[in-house]
Design a protein around this ligand. Structure first.
Ligand code: NCD
Length: 304
């Protein structure tokens, strides 16, 4: 049996990208697919997680799948077992698909190549990719802007720590697949992308970047990913880049604010914005379950 895998957005075909959006929409309306009664999914999270782990668990359960989650700091890898052996050991217990979050970027890529008998879903690999987050974000955008051709004209501004963000990488890839033409990053020089990104404008001025923006996508300062030589003057960052109602005055009147969470209130975003009428942060969390149901359904639907 060969399953599908979701490692990053770049390698997801356009057909499958739009199919996942359609399927998440059906899930959100309670239209469940035929259940995969006999299939089993394992969530292996080697990094902290709240929303991603729980939403993958709930998505599996709502599809009627058998699901197990392992906190990997309690696993046998602490005893020296290598990653591929862990996968094969668990696979021997008839697991069909693995949802994996790991600090090392290459492990899930190697596992997908070495063990094609399993489906793999990347729930975040280092600073590389977080495709399920990008898909749920795009689903949230399509709910807000229901009219398809309008996507091309959206102005989307990503504000914050892009440098350490796997979410930004996947989100940008997904926006391009959706056909968005105006994608901007607004960040100080020390938070700009590590590599040049085709088709993405970069601005250090928040006031200029936000003018007429339709979607403002805010990122957390990911301090746990800083190198030992990286430091941040928080007061200066807050002063220049924290999203507040005052700084958002010139965005489009119907604009929305998004954030993948977890939010650091008072750092990259004020509470008045995070909890305000334009915030879609909890909608993103809700949609995360529907999108992960769609992803699991697609991964476990074998090629014909
Ligand atoms: C993101 C992640 O883990 O990359 N969170 C998430 O999955 N919702 C973003 C972050 O940690 O800031």
């Amino acid at each position: 049996m060969t399953y599908n895998s979701l490692i990053d957005i770049k390698n997801l075909s356009e057909d499958n990208f739009f199919r996942l959006l359609e399927c998440a929409d059906k899930m959100s309306k309670g239209l469940l697919p035929v259940k995969h009664h006999s299939k089993t999914v394992a969530n292996l999270f080697y990094e902290n997680s709240t929303r991603t782990l729980v939403s993958f668990e709930l998505a599996a359960k709502r599809l009627g799948l058998c699901c197990t989650s392992l906190a990997m700091n309690n696993s046998s890898e602490a005893k020296g077992e290598v990653f591929l052996d862990t996968i094969q050991t668990l696979g021997a217990m008839s697991i069909d698909a693995f949802v994996i979050r790991h600090r090392q970027e290459n492990l899930i890529i190697e596992a997908e190549k070495a063990l094609p008998q399993y489906g793999f879903i990347n729930a975040g690999n280092g600073m590389h990719a977080h495709p399920s987050q990008a898909l749920l974000d795009i689903f949230t955008i399509t709910q807000h802007v229901a009219d398809y051709p309008k996507y091309h004209n959206l102005k989307i501004v990503i504000v914050g720590d892009v440098k350490h963000s796997r979410v930004a990488n996947s989100f940008i890839e997904a926006l391009k697949k959706l056909g968005v033409m105006d994608i901007r990053i607004c960040a100080p020089s020390y938070f700009q992308p590590r590599e040049k990104l085709e088709g993405v404008a970069i601005d250090i001025s928040l006031a200029r970047a936000l003018e007429d923006a339709d979607i403002v996508y805010n990122l957390r300062v990911q301090k746990e990913r800083f190198d030992s030589n990286e430091q941040l003057d928080f007061d200066d960052y807050i002063d220049q880049y924290q999203l507040s109602n005052e700084k958002l005055q010139n965005i489009h009147p119907k604009a929305i604010i998004m954030h993948p969470g977890p939010i650091n209130r008072g750092i990259e975003i004020t509470s008045e914005v995070a909890d305000g009428p334009r915030s879609k942060i909890l909608k993103q969390v809700e949609n995360g379950v529907y999108m992960r149901m769609a992803i699991l359904d697609w991964v476990l639907t074998p090629y014909t």
